[in-house]
Write a protein that binds this ligand. Sequence first.
Ligand code: C5P
Length: 300
Amino acid sequence: MSPVTVRVPAKVNLELVVGSPRSDGFHELATVFQAVSLYDDVTALTGDHLTVSIEGEGADTVPTDDSNLVLVAARMLAEHLGVEPHAHLHVHKTIPVAAGMAGGSADAAGALLALDRLWDARLDRDELVELAGRIGSDVPFALVGHTALGLGRGEKLTPVLARGHFHWVFAFAEDGLSTPDVYAELDRLRAGSVLPEPRVSDALMSALRAGQAVALGAALSNDLQRAAVSLRPDLSMTLDVGDEYGALGALVSGSGPTCAFLAGDEEQALDLAVALTASGTCRTVTSAVGPVAGARVVDS
Ligand code: C5P
């Protein structure tokens, strides 16, 4: 079989409403995901064992033991198909690691789709999405892409009508943040509060329907932001730079520490990127657009 390469996007949560912790340790969520044009490539090749190699952004910080989500995905798909999990998976990373942009989830989604083709299984999308949800809360969205509402722990997806294209600037931080630590910090900060069932705002949905960047910027929100900033107070300086230089909205992406800024157009995005870089409040800055498609085969 010839190698199969799958390109998978990162995500930003336009709104993330976190409910109470559940008995399984996860939190009930209502979130709107948007896939953005920052990609990891996952290539599946034939092999005698199951192996993984990683290059690119943050590659040396990704574990290559059994906890690697690419290997988890490969084993899960092989078991589902009743085949041996024999393949080599190579990941080329552009999405930062442990950054709140679902990079690990993207790699798992890429491995599922690439191996589905390498092993000539051709499962339908729904079956792949169901397997993806067992790997992690954000893995189904990496397959589906575009803009989607996520309920449950984020894995129950419904497409959202979003008009137009939005211009994003992302400020990457020096070190990652652990997602469980950020949720635990939120629980600590909200201890004793009675939380309503999470739901996303009408303001966000209508901004997306209308394709209005100004309204979208005003409606962006993330319950995990206060927890991420509590653990990493320096993030508030990065967010302030965005506000100061005309971002339509600024928020922590997912569990952070990446900060996401919405710009009105490409030129404003460039100005914002220059200001953030010059501020010295982050490691590196990149621009992207959203929404974009989910995982797709680019070369086979
Ligand atoms: O699903 P995933 O493996 O990406 O989740 C990583 C961790 O994030 C979980 O172990 C849990 O601590 C936290 N989490 C949560 N509620 C969610 C999603 C994730 O508490 N809905």
